[in-house]
Design a protein around this ligand. Sequence first.
Ligand SMILES: [Cu+2]
Length: 344
Amino acid sequence: MMRRVLGLSVGFAFMMVGVIQAQWTSSRPDGHAPIGVMADHTHEKGEIMLSYRYMYMDMVGNRDGTDQLSIAEILDANGQYGFMITPTRMPMQMHMFGVMYAPVDEVTLVASLPVIDLFMDHVTRAGGEFTTNSINVGDLRLGGMIQLARFGEQSVHATALVSLPVGAIDETDVTPASSPNFVLLPYPMQTGSGTFDLRPALTYLGQSEWWSWGGQASAVIRTGTNDNDYSLGNRYSGTFWGARRFSDWVSASARIEGTTWDDIDGADPRLPGPGALVVPTARPDLRGGSRIDVGVGVNVYIRKGVLKATRLALEGMVPIYQDLDGPQLETDWIVTGGVQYTIF
Ligand SMILES: [Cu+2]
């Protein structure tokens, strides 16, 4: 009897060691998701993480539905669209500064502020070309993440962020028609939403010795109407990824993400009214769409030396499907790079 109890106890102890060894951990290169995923990980009590993310997105050419459109089709006075001006390209850069802090193991607080730099190239029906630019802060995101469950090498957390409307909704620039005066730029050239937005997300993470995987559902829900009488469309996203680590310090990932976003509600009274054939970017009813992106990434986790506890990551995505309320600029590729530094 004593022997049997001892045997069982030893067996149980080994099992517990097995369970303890197989806990989900962020202390590996793929302990963070691909860098394009926001709010992917939580922290342990007392940890502070400082991060900088850089995103570059290039949008070249226009679409209506899933069909690509030529500039001539959009500007043809007798054609289906008949706009006087069309955008042809929009390179977008975002610098995102973030802080994370975990006061307890179960809760991680988050704050992040983007700086957004936008250019848009245009062609007029008469053949003139011009570019507008805006650079300003985006909306400040504040909130927290709550650890819901840890079962062995799997983990689930919920994210609840609110974005405060500190971004710009009154950016202006000079166009050939307004010169020498500054004129209000249309919706996609504004860096803020002007509304308080809710940003909920639910994230699942899993790991094995050499592999990891995860999924996240997230949304951006606009509340109310901004000072310029409109609210941007809500956004809903779902993403799944898998990663393979090759050592203690490097991993590679593959990811798919689907996003759908609504048209704008209301309209800024200073822009050409709904239905106007001036430029598609000033039309609140030509802003919605859906897109599926796929891409690959790499994560590097520096574990010793002066850069100990620093992470570097890079991810590139390309759309494989786009359906836009057009004419609207299509997305061609997105690259995100990031540096994260954790203070334990
Ligand atoms: Cu973090």
